[in-house]
Ligand binder design. Structure first.
Ligand SMILES: Nc1ncnc2c1ncn2[C@@H]1O[C@H](COP(=O)(O)OS(=O)(=O)O)[C@@H](OP(=O)(O)O)[C@H]1O
Ligand SMILES: [Mg+2]
Ligand SMILES: [Mg+2]
Ligand SMILES: [Mg+2]
Length: 351
């Protein structure tokens, strides 16, 4: 199976959803309207962009692959009890479907009620058998609200392994060497065994280019990145690991799976995400897409102990702790340094 149609639809889906999230940012967040954000029970900011993007992606997937179940981050509960927010999401969804030039015949939604049902189709519980998609409609919600990096992340998982992925990063410069002048907005996509490619988000005439991780052989010449939020990973420990590897430059801090995307095209070489709690379970939609991009660009992705990420055990990565991604030439050095720094630290005792 070469997954060409799956890849094409995944790219169209994240592109269509990006039209919506960009509109949400420009119309609501940039103008500091409070209407764009509210708090979910877990206090993470969730915006109308998250709901809208989930609706747009799932409606397209369900038309193209009716039998495939979907593990999506959001559900429609909040919208069902908030009519005004629901209408706002509904108009944005209609606009973005209309704006999309590709596969217009797929993913149409007839009314707001149907939109709510579509959002709730992301409720699959995951598992090891067969095909399923996983979707993070806005990853790095905090970055999105700050006008920093965020990503729309979609991946097809088969028998517990990501096989296809497409990630849109609307705020990432096309050319990272010229961040000021380069146009913003890229999509990165990979199929297992077929390499990793960068596309323009907005210019459909730009040909895709294959991307690779940098061939760094000595860990001390590498650059590492980590998340922005101190509550999401152990930044102090990560600094110690970097020091152990002889890395002199401080980390690049970046929200969302834009970190995996950056690694895949050689902007950085190592991504460290050491858990702030050993009982925290990372979500499959936060890592499925990005890990495949890095693997297809020449990297290895595992948990903090070097164990492969297992996407076949439900909606979370409950068999793993934390995440480490690195260029294959230095991956073992990173795992060894992590072990040296963490093995005596009771914080990292397995529970
Ligand atoms: N405690 C804790 N530890 C680890 N991860 C957590 C934690 N809490 C939340 N999340 C998830 O982090 C997702 C965002 O990841 P980022 O890489 O953008 O985080 S960071 O702010 O840059 O560190 C974020 O995804 P979104 O909700 O899609 O933004 C969450 O699923
Ligand atoms: Mg969230
Ligand atoms: Mg996320
Ligand atoms: Mg999200």
């Amino acid at each position: 199976m070469n997954f060409q149609f799956e890849k094409e639809i995944a790219i169209v889906a994240v592109r269509r959803a990006s039209y919506l999230t960009e509109k949400v940012f420009n119309q609501l967040i940039k103008e500091k309207s409070a209407a764009g954000a509210h708090s979910k029970e877990d206090k993470s900011p969730v915006t109308i962009g998250d709901f809208g993007a989930q609706a747009v992606v799932i409606s397209l997937l369900k038309d193209a692959f009716p039998k495939d179940p979907i593990v999506g981050e959001e559900d429609a509960d909040h919208l069902r009890s908030n009519g005004e927010t629901c209408s706002r999401v509904w108009s944005l969804v209609q606009e973005s479907i209309q704006q999309s030039k590709e596969y217009k015949e797929l993913g149409q939604i007839k009314d707001a009620e149907q939109m709510l049902a579509v959002i709730d189709q992301g409720n699959y519980n995951g598992g090891r058998e067969g095909r399923m998609w996983t979707l993070d409609p806005i990853d790095g919600t905090k970055g999105f609200l700050r006008g920093a990096q965020y990503a729309i992340c979609l991946s097809l998982i088969e028998n517990g392994k990501p096989m296809v992925s497409a990630i849109s990063c609307p705020n990432l410069p096309f050319d990272f060497k010229q961040p000021e002048t380069s146009p913003k907005g890229i999509i990165m996509s990979a199929v297992r065994g077929q390499g990793c490619f960068q596309y323009s988000l907005h210019n459909l005439t730009v040909q895709p280019s294959q991307v690779y991780m940098k061939d760094v052989q000595d860990p001390k010449d590498s650059k590492f990145c980590e998340g922005v939020e101190a509550g999401h990973s152990m930044q102090g420990t990560q600094e110690e690991i970097a020091k152990k590897l002889g890395i002199v430059h401080g980390p690049t801090k970046m929200d969302s799976q834009a970190k995996y995307v950056s690694l895949a095209r050689g902007d950085g070489d190592i991504y460290l995400r050491l858990p702030t709690s050993m009982t925290f379970e990372e979500k499959i939609w936060d890592h499925a897409g990005g890990s495949l991009l890095v693997e297809e660009a020449g990297g290895i992705v595992s948990d903090m102990f070097g164990k492969p990420l297992d996407f076949g055990v439900g909606r979370t990565l409950k068999s793993n702790n934390g995440v480490i991604a690195a260029y294959k030439g230095i991956f073992q050095n990173v795992i060894d340094a992590t072990r040296a720094v963490t093995s005596q630290d009771p914080h990292f005792n397995k529970v």
